[in-house]
Design a protein around this ligand. Structure first.
Ligand code: GLC
Length: 528
Protein backbone atom coordinates (compact mmCIF):
# COMPACT_ATOMS: atom_id res chain seq x y z
CA UNK A 1 0.00 0.00 0.00
CA UNK A 2 2.89 2.39 0.68
CA UNK A 3 3.58 2.50 -3.05
CA UNK A 4 0.18 4.08 -3.73
CA UNK A 5 -0.36 7.81 -4.05
CA UNK A 6 -3.76 9.06 -2.94
CA UNK A 7 -5.05 12.33 -4.38
CA UNK A 8 -7.78 14.08 -2.42
CA UNK A 9 -10.51 15.85 -4.37
CA UNK A 10 -12.81 18.42 -2.84
CA UNK A 11 -15.51 18.02 -5.51
CA UNK A 12 -17.19 21.36 -4.95
CA UNK A 13 -13.96 23.15 -5.89
CA UNK A 14 -12.40 20.83 -8.46
CA UNK A 15 -14.17 21.34 -11.80
CA UNK A 16 -17.65 22.62 -12.67
CA UNK A 17 -19.19 20.96 -15.74
CA UNK A 18 -22.74 22.27 -15.51
CA UNK A 19 -22.09 25.98 -15.09
CA UNK A 20 -23.58 26.49 -11.65
CA UNK A 21 -20.40 27.65 -9.94
CA UNK A 22 -19.91 24.37 -8.03
CA UNK A 23 -17.68 21.49 -9.05
CA UNK A 24 -19.31 18.14 -9.84
CA UNK A 25 -18.67 14.51 -10.76
CA UNK A 26 -18.65 15.12 -14.51
CA UNK A 27 -16.08 17.82 -13.87
CA UNK A 28 -13.88 15.23 -12.18
CA UNK A 29 -14.42 12.78 -15.06
CA UNK A 30 -13.25 15.45 -17.49
CA UNK A 31 -9.96 15.72 -15.58
CA UNK A 32 -9.18 12.02 -15.18
CA UNK A 33 -6.54 12.13 -17.90
CA UNK A 34 -4.84 14.99 -16.08
CA UNK A 35 -4.79 12.92 -12.88
CA UNK A 36 -3.56 9.84 -14.72
CA UNK A 37 -0.77 11.92 -16.23
CA UNK A 38 0.19 13.15 -12.75
CA UNK A 39 0.48 9.49 -11.74
CA UNK A 40 -1.92 9.12 -8.82
CA UNK A 41 -3.48 5.75 -7.91
CA UNK A 42 -6.45 6.53 -5.70
CA UNK A 43 -8.90 9.44 -5.69
CA UNK A 44 -10.45 10.22 -2.31
CA UNK A 45 -13.59 12.29 -2.80
CA UNK A 46 -14.89 14.24 0.19
CA UNK A 47 -18.63 13.45 0.65
CA UNK A 48 -20.84 13.70 -2.42
CA UNK A 49 -23.97 12.25 -0.78
CA UNK A 50 -27.30 14.01 -0.36
CA UNK A 51 -26.77 16.74 2.19
CA UNK A 52 -28.04 20.18 3.16
CA UNK A 53 -24.36 21.18 2.97
CA UNK A 54 -24.21 23.00 6.27
CA UNK A 55 -20.77 21.45 6.66
CA UNK A 56 -20.10 20.98 2.96
CA UNK A 57 -21.31 17.39 2.77
CA UNK A 58 -20.08 16.18 6.18
CA UNK A 59 -23.73 16.44 7.17
CA UNK A 60 -25.15 13.46 5.27
CA UNK A 61 -28.92 13.10 4.83
CA UNK A 62 -28.81 9.97 2.63
CA UNK A 63 -25.75 7.73 2.38
CA UNK A 64 -26.93 5.88 -0.75
CA UNK A 65 -27.41 8.70 -3.23
CA UNK A 66 -25.40 11.44 -4.85
CA UNK A 67 -26.47 14.98 -4.08
CA UNK A 68 -27.94 16.48 -7.29
CA UNK A 69 -25.51 19.40 -6.99
CA UNK A 70 -22.70 16.91 -7.76
CA UNK A 71 -24.59 14.95 -10.43
CA UNK A 72 -26.47 11.66 -10.45
CA UNK A 73 -25.86 8.15 -9.10
CA UNK A 74 -25.07 7.15 -12.71
CA UNK A 75 -22.40 9.86 -12.89
CA UNK A 76 -20.71 8.27 -9.89
CA UNK A 77 -20.88 4.83 -11.58
CA UNK A 78 -19.30 6.40 -14.65
CA UNK A 79 -16.58 8.01 -12.57
CA UNK A 80 -15.77 4.68 -10.89
CA UNK A 81 -15.60 2.91 -14.27
CA UNK A 82 -13.70 5.62 -16.11
CA UNK A 83 -11.20 5.85 -13.28
CA UNK A 84 -10.77 2.07 -13.30
CA UNK A 85 -9.97 2.16 -17.03
CA UNK A 86 -7.06 4.39 -16.06
CA UNK A 87 -6.06 2.11 -13.16
CA UNK A 88 -7.27 4.62 -10.61
CA UNK A 89 -9.42 3.61 -7.62
CA UNK A 90 -12.17 5.66 -5.99
CA UNK A 91 -12.22 6.13 -2.21
CA UNK A 92 -15.41 7.53 -0.66
CA UNK A 93 -15.72 9.51 2.53
CA UNK A 94 -17.92 7.84 5.15
CA UNK A 95 -19.28 10.12 7.81
CA UNK A 96 -20.49 7.67 10.44
CA UNK A 97 -19.96 9.60 13.66
CA UNK A 98 -23.01 11.73 12.93
CA UNK A 99 -25.73 12.26 10.37
CA UNK A 100 -27.44 15.40 9.20
CA UNK A 101 -30.49 16.33 11.22
CA UNK A 102 -32.27 16.09 7.85
CA UNK A 103 -31.58 12.34 7.71
CA UNK A 104 -34.87 10.38 7.80
CA UNK A 105 -33.83 8.74 11.10
CA UNK A 106 -33.37 12.04 12.88
CA UNK A 107 -36.60 13.41 11.47
CA UNK A 108 -38.42 10.37 12.90
CA UNK A 109 -36.60 10.82 16.19
CA UNK A 110 -37.95 14.35 16.37
CA UNK A 111 -41.49 12.98 16.35
CA UNK A 112 -40.68 11.25 19.65
CA UNK A 113 -40.31 7.77 18.11
CA UNK A 114 -38.14 5.93 20.67
CA UNK A 115 -36.68 3.48 18.15
CA UNK A 116 -35.20 6.37 16.18
CA UNK A 117 -34.30 8.49 19.21
CA UNK A 118 -32.18 5.56 20.43
CA UNK A 119 -30.07 5.80 17.29
CA UNK A 120 -28.77 9.16 18.50
CA UNK A 121 -27.94 10.58 21.94
CA UNK A 122 -31.04 12.19 23.37
CA UNK A 123 -30.94 13.02 27.07
CA UNK A 124 -32.69 15.00 29.76
CA UNK A 125 -29.54 16.40 31.37
CA UNK A 126 -26.78 17.69 29.08
CA UNK A 127 -23.13 17.84 30.19
CA UNK A 128 -20.73 20.73 29.62
CA UNK A 129 -18.97 19.50 26.44
CA UNK A 130 -18.26 22.04 23.73
CA UNK A 131 -18.97 21.63 20.04
CA UNK A 132 -15.83 21.54 17.90
CA UNK A 133 -17.34 24.32 15.83
CA UNK A 134 -17.87 26.57 18.86
CA UNK A 135 -20.65 26.77 21.45
CA UNK A 136 -22.40 24.02 23.40
CA UNK A 137 -22.47 20.42 22.12
CA UNK A 138 -26.09 19.83 23.19
CA UNK A 139 -29.18 21.25 21.54
CA UNK A 140 -32.52 21.48 23.28
CA UNK A 141 -35.62 20.16 21.48
CA UNK A 142 -38.61 21.83 23.14
CA UNK A 143 -41.22 19.36 21.81
CA UNK A 144 -39.34 16.46 23.39
CA UNK A 145 -38.04 18.41 26.35
CA UNK A 146 -34.69 16.74 25.71
CA UNK A 147 -31.24 17.59 24.41
CA UNK A 148 -29.30 15.80 21.67
CA UNK A 149 -25.54 15.57 21.27
CA UNK A 150 -23.77 17.23 18.33
CA UNK A 151 -19.98 17.30 18.62
CA UNK A 152 -19.91 19.34 15.41
CA UNK A 153 -22.60 21.63 13.99
CA UNK A 154 -26.06 21.68 15.51
CA UNK A 155 -27.25 20.03 12.26
CA UNK A 156 -24.80 17.12 12.71
CA UNK A 157 -26.33 14.79 15.33
CA UNK A 158 -24.03 12.13 16.81
CA UNK A 159 -25.05 8.55 16.03
CA UNK A 160 -25.12 5.78 18.62
CA UNK A 161 -22.85 2.92 17.48
CA UNK A 162 -24.00 0.75 20.39
CA UNK A 163 -27.35 0.46 18.67
CA UNK A 164 -27.39 -2.66 16.44
CA UNK A 165 -29.67 -0.99 13.90
CA UNK A 166 -27.16 1.82 13.45
CA UNK A 167 -24.22 -0.56 13.17
CA UNK A 168 -26.00 -2.85 10.70
CA UNK A 169 -26.86 0.12 8.55
CA UNK A 170 -23.18 1.10 8.37
CA UNK A 171 -22.34 -2.43 7.19
CA UNK A 172 -25.03 -2.17 4.56
CA UNK A 173 -23.80 1.22 3.33
CA UNK A 174 -20.20 -0.01 3.02
CA UNK A 175 -21.26 -3.13 1.14
CA UNK A 176 -23.52 -1.13 -1.16
CA UNK A 177 -20.60 1.02 -2.30
CA UNK A 178 -18.11 -1.86 -2.44
CA UNK A 179 -20.46 -3.68 -4.80
CA UNK A 180 -20.52 -0.60 -7.00
CA UNK A 181 -16.75 -0.86 -7.37
CA UNK A 182 -15.56 1.63 -4.79
CA UNK A 183 -12.13 0.50 -3.56
CA UNK A 184 -11.53 2.66 -0.52
CA UNK A 185 -13.14 4.42 2.40
CA UNK A 186 -12.00 7.35 4.44
CA UNK A 187 -13.80 7.25 7.79
CA UNK A 188 -14.51 10.69 9.18
CA UNK A 189 -13.53 11.43 12.83
CA UNK A 190 -13.69 7.70 13.48
CA UNK A 191 -12.12 7.76 16.95
CA UNK A 192 -15.13 9.65 18.32
CA UNK A 193 -17.63 6.85 17.69
CA UNK A 194 -17.36 5.07 21.04
CA UNK A 195 -19.06 7.31 23.58
CA UNK A 196 -18.91 6.70 27.34
CA UNK A 197 -21.70 4.72 28.99
CA UNK A 198 -22.33 7.61 31.34
CA UNK A 199 -21.73 11.16 30.14
CA UNK A 200 -19.79 13.31 32.61
CA UNK A 201 -18.87 16.99 32.76
CA UNK A 202 -15.29 17.71 31.77
CA UNK A 203 -14.05 19.84 34.63
CA UNK A 204 -10.76 20.82 33.04
CA UNK A 205 -11.32 20.90 29.28
CA UNK A 206 -13.80 21.11 26.39
CA UNK A 207 -15.03 17.54 26.79
CA UNK A 208 -12.80 15.82 24.25
CA UNK A 209 -11.09 13.58 26.80
CA UNK A 210 -14.52 12.19 27.72
CA UNK A 211 -15.44 11.00 24.23
CA UNK A 212 -12.18 10.67 22.21
CA UNK A 213 -10.65 7.19 21.60
CA UNK A 214 -13.43 5.52 23.56
CA UNK A 215 -13.08 1.88 24.65
CA UNK A 216 -14.83 0.27 21.69
CA UNK A 217 -13.38 2.02 18.62
CA UNK A 218 -11.15 -0.93 17.70
CA UNK A 219 -13.88 -3.46 18.33
CA UNK A 220 -16.41 -1.55 16.19
CA UNK A 221 -13.94 -1.14 13.33
CA UNK A 222 -12.93 -4.77 13.38
CA UNK A 223 -16.55 -5.86 13.32
CA UNK A 224 -17.42 -3.42 10.54
CA UNK A 225 -14.42 -4.63 8.55
CA UNK A 226 -15.22 -8.30 9.01
CA UNK A 227 -18.67 -7.77 7.60
CA UNK A 228 -17.60 -5.49 4.73
CA UNK A 229 -14.27 -4.02 3.57
CA UNK A 230 -11.94 -6.59 5.16
CA UNK A 231 -13.47 -9.26 2.91
CA UNK A 232 -11.59 -7.67 -0.01
CA UNK A 233 -7.84 -7.59 -0.34
CA UNK A 234 -7.75 -4.56 -2.61
CA UNK A 235 -9.73 -2.10 -0.50
CA UNK A 236 -7.87 0.65 1.30
CA UNK A 237 -9.28 2.30 4.40
CA UNK A 238 -8.10 5.32 6.33
CA UNK A 239 -9.47 6.61 9.59
CA UNK A 240 -9.41 10.27 10.47
CA UNK A 241 -8.41 10.58 14.13
CA UNK A 242 -9.14 13.61 16.21
CA UNK A 243 -6.75 14.45 19.11
CA UNK A 244 -5.48 10.88 19.39
CA UNK A 245 -2.33 9.19 20.80
CA UNK A 246 0.20 6.86 19.15
CA UNK A 247 -0.97 4.00 21.34
CA UNK A 248 -4.54 4.33 20.15
CA UNK A 249 -3.71 5.21 16.54
CA UNK A 250 -1.46 2.18 16.14
CA UNK A 251 -4.18 -0.14 17.43
CA UNK A 252 -6.54 1.06 14.71
CA UNK A 253 -4.10 0.42 11.84
CA UNK A 254 -2.03 -2.56 12.99
CA UNK A 255 -1.13 -4.78 10.05
CA UNK A 256 -2.87 -8.12 9.96
CA UNK A 257 -5.85 -6.97 12.01
CA UNK A 258 -9.11 -6.34 10.22
CA UNK A 259 -9.12 -2.69 11.29
CA UNK A 260 -7.99 0.17 9.08
CA UNK A 261 -5.20 0.17 6.50
CA UNK A 262 -3.89 3.51 7.75
CA UNK A 263 -4.78 6.59 9.79
CA UNK A 264 -4.64 10.40 9.71
CA UNK A 265 -3.35 12.15 12.80
CA UNK A 266 -2.91 15.91 13.05
CA UNK A 267 -0.30 16.62 15.71
CA UNK A 268 2.19 17.87 13.12
CA UNK A 269 -0.35 20.41 11.87
CA UNK A 270 -0.74 22.08 15.24
CA UNK A 271 2.86 23.24 15.60
CA UNK A 272 1.80 26.82 14.88
CA UNK A 273 -1.09 26.82 17.38
CA UNK A 274 -0.25 29.11 20.29
CA UNK A 275 -0.71 27.11 23.51
CA UNK A 276 -2.46 24.46 21.45
CA UNK A 277 -5.26 26.86 20.48
CA UNK A 278 -6.08 26.95 16.76
CA UNK A 279 -7.26 30.56 16.75
CA UNK A 280 -4.07 32.05 18.26
CA UNK A 281 -1.15 32.59 15.89
CA UNK A 282 2.53 31.83 16.29
CA UNK A 283 5.30 30.92 13.83
CA UNK A 284 5.60 27.16 13.37
CA UNK A 285 7.85 25.34 15.82
CA UNK A 286 10.28 23.49 13.56
CA UNK A 287 11.87 21.32 16.25
CA UNK A 288 8.43 20.27 17.45
CA UNK A 289 7.44 19.39 13.87
CA UNK A 290 10.48 17.14 13.48
CA UNK A 291 10.16 15.61 16.92
CA UNK A 292 6.54 14.73 16.21
CA UNK A 293 7.49 13.06 12.95
CA UNK A 294 10.24 11.12 14.69
CA UNK A 295 7.99 9.99 17.54
CA UNK A 296 5.13 9.01 15.26
CA UNK A 297 7.21 7.30 12.58
CA UNK A 298 9.16 5.27 15.15
CA UNK A 299 6.08 4.56 17.26
CA UNK A 300 3.99 3.32 14.37
CA UNK A 301 6.81 1.16 12.95
CA UNK A 302 7.28 -0.46 16.37
CA UNK A 303 3.63 -1.49 16.42
CA UNK A 304 3.64 -2.56 12.76
CA UNK A 305 1.01 0.08 12.03
CA UNK A 306 0.71 2.50 9.13
CA UNK A 307 0.36 6.27 9.09
CA UNK A 308 -0.61 8.67 6.34
CA UNK A 309 1.75 11.36 5.09
CA UNK A 310 0.10 14.66 4.28
CA UNK A 311 0.44 18.37 4.89
CA UNK A 312 -2.74 19.77 3.37
CA UNK A 313 -6.40 18.86 3.12
CA UNK A 314 -9.81 20.55 3.04
CA UNK A 315 -9.61 21.36 6.77
CA UNK A 316 -6.16 22.92 6.72
CA UNK A 317 -4.51 26.05 5.40
CA UNK A 318 -2.22 25.34 2.44
CA UNK A 319 1.13 23.94 3.62
CA UNK A 320 3.03 25.91 0.99
CA UNK A 321 1.79 29.15 2.61
CA UNK A 322 2.03 27.86 6.16
CA UNK A 323 5.58 26.51 6.10
CA UNK A 324 7.27 28.27 3.15
CA UNK A 325 7.33 31.46 1.07
CA UNK A 326 5.18 29.83 -1.68
CA UNK A 327 8.15 29.55 -4.05
CA UNK A 328 8.92 26.59 -6.33
CA UNK A 329 11.71 25.60 -3.95
CA UNK A 330 9.49 25.82 -0.87
CA UNK A 331 6.68 23.81 -2.44
CA UNK A 332 8.96 21.10 -3.80
CA UNK A 333 10.90 20.84 -0.52
CA UNK A 334 7.65 19.95 1.26
CA UNK A 335 6.75 17.46 -1.45
CA UNK A 336 10.17 15.81 -1.19
CA UNK A 337 9.65 15.44 2.53
CA UNK A 338 6.19 13.87 2.27
CA UNK A 339 7.35 11.46 -0.41
CA UNK A 340 10.45 10.33 1.47
CA UNK A 341 8.91 9.59 4.89
CA UNK A 342 7.45 6.18 5.76
CA UNK A 343 3.74 5.64 5.16
CA UNK A 344 1.01 6.35 2.66
CA UNK A 345 1.32 9.58 0.66
CA UNK A 346 -1.66 11.89 0.15
CA UNK A 347 -1.72 14.93 -2.10
CA UNK A 348 -4.50 17.45 -1.86
CA UNK A 349 -5.88 19.03 -5.02
CA UNK A 350 -3.79 22.06 -5.97
CA UNK A 351 -0.71 20.88 -4.11
CA UNK A 352 0.76 19.76 -7.43
CA UNK A 353 0.66 23.37 -8.67
CA UNK A 354 1.71 24.97 -5.37
CA UNK A 355 -1.72 26.57 -4.88
CA UNK A 356 -1.42 29.09 -2.01
CA UNK A 357 -3.82 30.19 0.75
CA UNK A 358 -6.95 32.20 -0.06
CA UNK A 359 -5.91 35.51 1.58
CA UNK A 360 -9.53 36.63 1.90
CA UNK A 361 -9.64 40.12 3.35
CA UNK A 362 -13.36 40.39 4.05
CA UNK A 363 -15.66 38.17 6.07
CA UNK A 364 -18.17 38.11 3.19
CA UNK A 365 -15.73 36.00 1.17
CA UNK A 366 -15.72 33.18 3.73
CA UNK A 367 -18.09 30.22 3.49
CA UNK A 368 -16.92 27.72 6.12
CA UNK A 369 -19.22 27.27 9.11
CA UNK A 370 -16.32 26.87 11.56
CA UNK A 371 -14.72 30.10 10.31
CA UNK A 372 -17.98 32.04 10.44
CA UNK A 373 -18.72 30.81 13.98
CA UNK A 374 -15.22 31.70 15.15
CA UNK A 375 -15.37 35.08 13.47
CA UNK A 376 -18.24 35.90 15.83
CA UNK A 377 -16.58 34.34 18.88
CA UNK A 378 -13.21 35.99 18.26
CA UNK A 379 -14.80 39.43 17.87
CA UNK A 380 -15.72 39.22 21.54
CA UNK A 381 -12.01 39.61 22.38
CA UNK A 382 -10.30 41.15 19.32
CA UNK A 383 -10.86 43.90 16.76
CA UNK A 384 -12.05 43.08 13.23
CA UNK A 385 -8.60 43.48 11.61
CA UNK A 386 -7.03 41.02 14.06
CA UNK A 387 -9.84 38.52 13.55
CA UNK A 388 -9.49 38.73 9.77
CA UNK A 389 -5.75 38.20 10.11
CA UNK A 390 -6.32 35.07 12.22
CA UNK A 391 -8.91 33.72 9.77
CA UNK A 392 -6.66 34.43 6.80
CA UNK A 393 -4.10 32.07 8.33
CA UNK A 394 -6.32 29.49 9.99
CA UNK A 395 -9.59 29.23 8.08
CA UNK A 396 -10.44 25.95 6.40
CA UNK A 397 -11.51 28.02 3.38
CA UNK A 398 -7.80 28.48 2.60
CA UNK A 399 -7.84 24.95 1.30
CA UNK A 400 -11.23 25.16 -0.38
CA UNK A 401 -10.73 27.73 -3.14
CA UNK A 402 -11.46 26.41 -6.65
CA UNK A 403 -8.79 24.89 -8.88
CA UNK A 404 -7.45 27.51 -11.31
CA UNK A 405 -7.27 25.50 -14.53
CA UNK A 406 -6.32 28.24 -17.01
CA UNK A 407 -6.41 31.99 -17.58
CA UNK A 408 -9.85 32.15 -19.14
CA UNK A 409 -12.78 33.68 -17.27
CA UNK A 410 -13.23 32.12 -13.79
CA UNK A 411 -9.88 30.40 -14.33
CA UNK A 412 -11.58 27.78 -16.50
CA UNK A 413 -13.15 26.25 -13.37
CA UNK A 414 -16.62 27.40 -14.31
CA UNK A 415 -18.38 29.73 -16.70
CA UNK A 416 -19.86 31.66 -13.80
CA UNK A 417 -18.83 32.98 -10.39
CA UNK A 418 -17.79 30.06 -8.20
CA UNK A 419 -19.43 29.35 -4.83
CA UNK A 420 -16.27 30.62 -3.11
CA UNK A 421 -13.71 33.03 -4.58
CA UNK A 422 -10.34 31.94 -5.98
CA UNK A 423 -7.17 32.39 -3.99
CA UNK A 424 -6.18 36.07 -4.08
CA UNK A 425 -2.47 35.24 -3.82
CA UNK A 426 -0.08 36.83 -6.29
CA UNK A 427 1.72 33.49 -6.32
CA UNK A 428 -1.20 31.61 -7.86
CA UNK A 429 -0.21 29.78 -11.06
CA UNK A 430 -2.78 27.94 -13.14
CA UNK A 431 -2.66 24.30 -14.13
CA UNK A 432 -2.14 25.35 -17.76
CA UNK A 433 0.85 27.54 -16.88
CA UNK A 434 2.27 24.63 -14.91
CA UNK A 435 1.76 22.15 -17.72
CA UNK A 436 3.46 24.43 -20.25
CA UNK A 437 6.52 25.07 -18.11
CA UNK A 438 8.85 22.06 -17.84
CA UNK A 439 10.37 23.62 -14.71
CA UNK A 440 7.02 23.92 -12.91
CA UNK A 441 5.87 22.43 -9.61
CA UNK A 442 3.52 20.15 -11.56
CA UNK A 443 6.32 18.55 -13.57
CA UNK A 444 8.48 18.19 -10.47
CA UNK A 445 5.60 16.52 -8.59
CA UNK A 446 5.01 14.14 -11.46
CA UNK A 447 8.67 13.12 -11.45
CA UNK A 448 8.61 12.67 -7.69
CA UNK A 449 5.45 10.54 -7.81
CA UNK A 450 7.02 8.29 -10.44
CA UNK A 451 10.05 7.89 -8.19
CA UNK A 452 8.10 7.20 -5.00
CA UNK A 453 5.90 4.58 -6.63
CA UNK A 454 8.70 2.32 -7.78
CA UNK A 455 11.56 2.93 -5.36
CA UNK A 456 11.79 0.08 -2.80
CA UNK A 457 13.89 2.18 -0.42
CA UNK A 458 11.26 4.92 -0.21
CA UNK A 459 8.44 2.38 -0.03
CA UNK A 460 9.85 -0.22 2.38
CA UNK A 461 12.99 1.28 3.89
CA UNK A 462 13.57 1.70 7.60
CA UNK A 463 13.79 5.27 8.79
CA UNK A 464 16.44 6.78 11.07
CA UNK A 465 16.43 10.39 12.14
CA UNK A 466 19.69 12.34 12.22
CA UNK A 467 20.59 15.68 13.84
CA UNK A 468 17.04 16.06 15.11
CA UNK A 469 17.95 19.25 16.99
CA UNK A 470 19.32 21.05 13.94
CA UNK A 471 17.47 24.37 13.88
CA UNK A 472 17.01 24.60 10.10
CA UNK A 473 17.39 21.20 8.47
CA UNK A 474 15.25 18.06 8.63
CA UNK A 475 17.59 15.09 8.06
CA UNK A 476 16.90 11.35 8.03
CA UNK A 477 18.00 8.15 6.38
CA UNK A 478 15.98 5.47 4.68
CA UNK A 479 17.58 2.04 4.41
CA UNK A 480 16.44 -1.07 2.59
CA UNK A 481 18.56 -4.18 2.15
CA UNK A 482 22.03 -2.72 1.63
CA UNK A 483 21.08 0.64 0.23
CA UNK A 484 20.70 3.91 2.12
CA UNK A 485 19.27 7.27 1.16
CA UNK A 486 20.09 10.44 3.01
CA UNK A 487 17.23 12.96 2.91
CA UNK A 488 18.00 16.59 3.77
CA UNK A 489 15.36 19.32 3.70
CA UNK A 490 16.16 22.97 4.34
CA UNK A 491 12.99 24.43 5.85
CA UNK A 492 14.23 28.02 5.61
CA UNK A 493 14.78 30.69 2.99
CA UNK A 494 18.50 30.84 3.83
CA UNK A 495 21.79 29.23 2.89
CA UNK A 496 22.71 26.67 5.56
CA UNK A 497 26.16 25.12 6.02
CA UNK A 498 26.07 21.35 6.30
CA UNK A 499 28.64 18.76 5.31
CA UNK A 500 27.59 15.55 3.64
CA UNK A 501 28.98 12.95 1.29
CA UNK A 502 27.02 11.02 -1.30
CA UNK A 503 27.34 8.55 -4.17
CA UNK A 504 24.43 9.69 -6.29
CA UNK A 505 21.63 12.24 -6.43
CA UNK A 506 18.19 10.62 -6.40
CA UNK A 507 16.29 13.91 -6.51
CA UNK A 508 17.17 17.56 -5.94
CA UNK A 509 14.86 20.57 -6.24
CA UNK A 510 17.76 22.66 -7.59
CA UNK A 511 19.97 21.98 -10.61
CA UNK A 512 23.12 22.21 -8.53
CA UNK A 513 24.43 20.64 -5.37
CA UNK A 514 27.35 21.55 -3.12
CA UNK A 515 28.38 19.13 -0.45
CA UNK A 516 28.95 21.68 2.28
CA UNK A 517 25.76 23.67 2.24
CA UNK A 518 22.07 23.77 1.36
CA UNK A 519 20.53 26.55 -0.70
CA UNK A 520 17.26 28.25 0.44
CA UNK A 521 14.55 25.55 0.71
CA UNK A 522 16.87 23.08 -0.98
CA UNK A 523 15.81 19.48 -0.56
CA UNK A 524 17.85 16.44 -1.46
CA UNK A 525 17.43 12.71 -1.56
CA UNK A 526 20.89 11.21 -1.96
CA UNK A 527 22.23 7.73 -2.26
CA UNK A 528 25.09 7.32 0.21
C1 GLC B 1 -13.83 15.95 9.68
C2 GLC B 1 -13.91 16.55 8.29
C3 GLC B 1 -14.39 17.96 8.42
C4 GLC B 1 -15.76 17.93 9.06
C5 GLC B 1 -15.76 17.17 10.37
C6 GLC B 1 -17.15 16.83 10.83
O1 GLC B 1 -12.89 16.55 10.48
O2 GLC B 1 -12.69 16.45 7.64
O3 GLC B 1 -14.41 18.64 7.20
O4 GLC B 1 -16.19 19.25 9.29
O5 GLC B 1 -15.09 15.95 10.28
O6 GLC B 1 -17.72 15.86 10.00
Amino acid sequence: MDHKIVYQIYPKSFMDSNHDGEGDLNGIISKLDYLKDLGVDVLWLTPVFISPQNDNGYDVADYYHVDPRFGTDEDLDTLINEARKREIDIMLDMVFNHSSTEHAWFQKALTGNKDYMNRYYFMKEPVNWESKFGGNAFEYVPDLDMYYLHLFDVTQADLNWENEKVFNEFVKICNYWLKKGVRGFRFDVINLISKPEVFKDDLTGDGRKEYTDGPKVTQYLRKLGEQSFAQYDDVMTVGELSSTSIDKASQYSKKGESGLSTIFNFHHLKVDYKDGYKWALKPFDFIELKTLYQTWQEGMVKEDASMSLFLSNHDQPRAVSRFTDESFEGATMLLNMIMSLKGVVYLYQGEEIGLPNAYFDNIDLYRDIESLNHHKLLLEHHDEATVLKILSERSRDNGRTPMPWNNQAHYGFSTTNPWIPFSLSKNLKTVKENLEDPASIFHYTKKLIALRKQDPILIHGDIDFVDINHSKLFVYKRTYLNQTYLCIHNFYNEDISYDFVYKDVVINNYNNIESNHLLPYQSLILEI
